[in-house]
Structure formats: C-alpha cells, structure tokens
Design a protein around this ligand. Structure first.
Ligand SMILES: [Zn+2]
Length: 370
C-alpha cells in the first residue's frame, strides 16, 4: 500500500453515501464496504499516524461518527423476517470493528510514544555545547605564574590573614605608632588595633614569629589601601619573598632576583637596583628590569627610560628580625616584593589598572586565554 497522505486518510474516514438500508442485500453491501474501509485504515503503518489521527479513526468506526447506530435504527424498515438476521450482522460488524480499531489505536499510541522517546534520546557521543564557564582572573594567572618559579627556587608558598592586627602590619615591621612611615600607606582602619593589611609583609612577620628560622617563604595575596586613580586601586595583589638564615648577604638577594626574573621572562634579563627607603629593610632598593620592548633603547612602555620599575627589595632590617624574635647577630635575611597587578598589566597589555576590577568576565577571559 502506498503511504497515505492526510487527504487519503480523511477520504477513508468519510461516511458511506448511503445512510441506511431497507433490505438484507443492501445492508450486506454497506457492511462489506464498512469492513473494507476499516481494513484499509488499519493497514496504514501505525508509525505514520499521530495520536490525534488515531483518535479520529476510533471516533469514526466505533464512536459517535459510526453509521452503525443509524443502521440499527433503520431495521424497522426491514421485512419482519429479515430483521433478526440484519441485526445480528450489524452487531457482528460492531464487535469486529471494536476489536480491530482498538488494537490499531493502541499500536498507534505505542508507536507515537516510541518515536517521542527516540526524539528525546540523549546521544552521549555528541560533543557538549560550549559552556560559558569563565576563567581565572588575569591577576590570579599572573600570581600563579610568579609563584611557580619561586617554588622551583625552593620557596614555600604561604598565606596569611587579610584582616590584620596593627602589630603584624606595622609594629613588627619597624613601623611604630606615630612613625611617619605610616603616612606612606593610606590604611583602612577597621576597628581598634585591626586594619586591612596594607602589604603582604605582615605575612612575613607571622612566618618569622610562628615558623622561626631558617626561612624561605613566598606569599601572594590581596592588600588594601585607600587610593584610586589610573594606576592605583583600593585593593591590589602583592607577591613577596623572604629568606632568613645564617650569613645571608646582598649577593644572595641579587642572585635570587636574577634567577627569579629570568624564569618570569623566560630568558636572562638585566636588573638594576636603585637605592631607596623602606622601613622594614636596610639597605633598601627599587628593582628595575630592563624594558623588554626596547631592550634599554627607550620606548613608550618604559616612558623612554629603558627600565621598568618592578618592586622593592632589601636586607631585612635588624629591628624587624628582633621584633619577630630572631637573633640579628646570628641571622640575617633579605626580602623582595612587587605588585602582581602591574606585572599582569605589562604581561597582558592592559592600559588601565582599574579595568582589572570592573568585573567584565568576557574581557578577563579574553586576557587570560591569550
Ligand atoms: Zn622600553
């Protein structure tokens, strides 16, 4: 049988032209037609009919659209001796239609259900759609990229509290109350004796007091200062390193800095130490790295100086060692630190430091994946 279109099914569901019979032979013809019509319908492959169409079939042959009720009513027109036989024939057809149509409708429903499950089936071999997962923040990426070479150089990476007692943030680091050095840092005072740490150096105080010597530790974390402009934000990340041991000199510091920056830039780079002042180191210096865009010639990124300012360093001030319970006659140490955000800026080509904290996920993702 050819596949029926919507039209041919509705043709098959049309009612017979003759509504009633008045003799046994006329009735037999109606019955034969109806049986053949039903046979054609239920021979349609069930997968080709919708559930609604199957219901139409049921209504047409066994429901309110069935002509059989009219036929039964028309029996009164029959000769009396034929009525019984005619009635029996109609009831026989009725029983046949009910059984066959019901079976057909159930098969249609099962096929429709199966097709639906097939459509909704999950194909586990299909690739997943791309998920908007975001990525790590460029500053986090930069921090990890800075900590990695330090781990290889034998530093232990440690962490400390961001909400800090004034002692660890200032006194332990040779910045007593009323000391003018506190003016260098616009501090967020949270409560009496409590501040948001203004540098990660507070973690060094914890390390010296709690771990003791010898020490070789690195820390990267958020710090907080009350400032906001093109190159300053109220929260920024620092990375800091501390070594305390017997006989530590500036030579150890210089060789560690050379090794660290060579790892960061992937090749040996020229360093320059410029004399400076920090309360927690003596002597102190600013660390400059030769500009990697122009190699000292001078360009826009280095403001035509040939050098990029990276951070600060120095030998640990003996007062800091003593405040943290370390005998400065036996031990000495060096420390260096820098802002991770600045390094992320030069690494990822970010012009405005504030854009690192604007929460633009797409931009962060773009930068981190480059
Ligand atoms: Zn340059």
């Amino acid at each position: 049988m050819t596949l029926p279109s919507e039209h041919s099914l509705s043709d098959l569901l049309e009612l017979p032209h003759t509504a009633a019979a008045s003799s046994l032979s006329e009735l037999q013809k109606l019955i034969d037609d109806e049986r053949a019509r039903c046979g054609s319908v239920i021979s349609i492959p069930v997968a080709q009919l919708s559930e609604a169409q199957a219901d139409d079939v049921r209504v047409r042959f066994t429901g309110r659209k069935s002509p059989l009720q009219d036929w039964l009513r028309s029996l009164r027109n029959f000769p009396a001796e034929e009525r019984k036989e005619a009635g029996a024939k109609i009831n026989q057809l009725k029983a046949f239609l009910e059984v066959e149509v019901e079976k057909f409708v159930l098969e249609c429903r099962a096929a429709a259900e199966k097709a639906k499950l097939e459509r909704e089936k999950v194909d586990l071999s299909l690739p997943l759609p791309e998920l908007a997962m975001g990525s790590r923040h460029p500053v986090s990426v930069a921090a990890q990229q800075l900590l990695e070479p330090l781990r290889r150089l034998g530093f232990t990476v440690i962490d400390g509290p961001e909400l800090e007692r004034e002692f660890y943030n200032f006194e332990a680091l040779n910045i007593p109350a009323e000391h003018p050095a506190r003016e260098m840092q616009d501090t967020f005072f949270v409560a009496s004796q409590w501040v948001l740490r203004t540098h990660t150096s507070s973690v060094q105080a914890h390390a010296m007091l709690e771990r003791g010597v010898p020490l070789r530790v690195a820390c990267a974390g958020f710090t907080y200062r009350n400032e906001l402009d093109l190159t300053h934000v109220p929260t920024f990340r620092q990375i800091e390193c501390l070594v305390v041991d017997k006989g530590i000199t500036l030579a150890h510091m210089r060789s560690t800095l050379d090794a660290f920056f060579a790892e960061v830039f992937g090749r040996p780079v020229k360093l320059r130490l410029r004399s400076s002042y920090f309360p927690f180191t003596e002597p102190s210096a600013e660390i400059d790295v030769q500009c990697q865009q122009c190699f000292g010639e001078g360009c826009r990124s280095c403001k035509h100086t040939g050098w990029l300012e990276m951070g600060g360093c120095g030998l640990v001030n003996v007062r800091v060692l003593e405040s943290c319970g370390i005998d400065s006659k036996v031990y000495s140490g060096f420390a260096f630190g820098m802002g991770v955000d600045r390094i992320a800026m030069s690494k990822f080509g970010i012009a405005d430091l504030r854009s690192l904290y604007e929460g633009d996920v797409l931009m962060s993702r773009h930068l981190a994946l480059r």
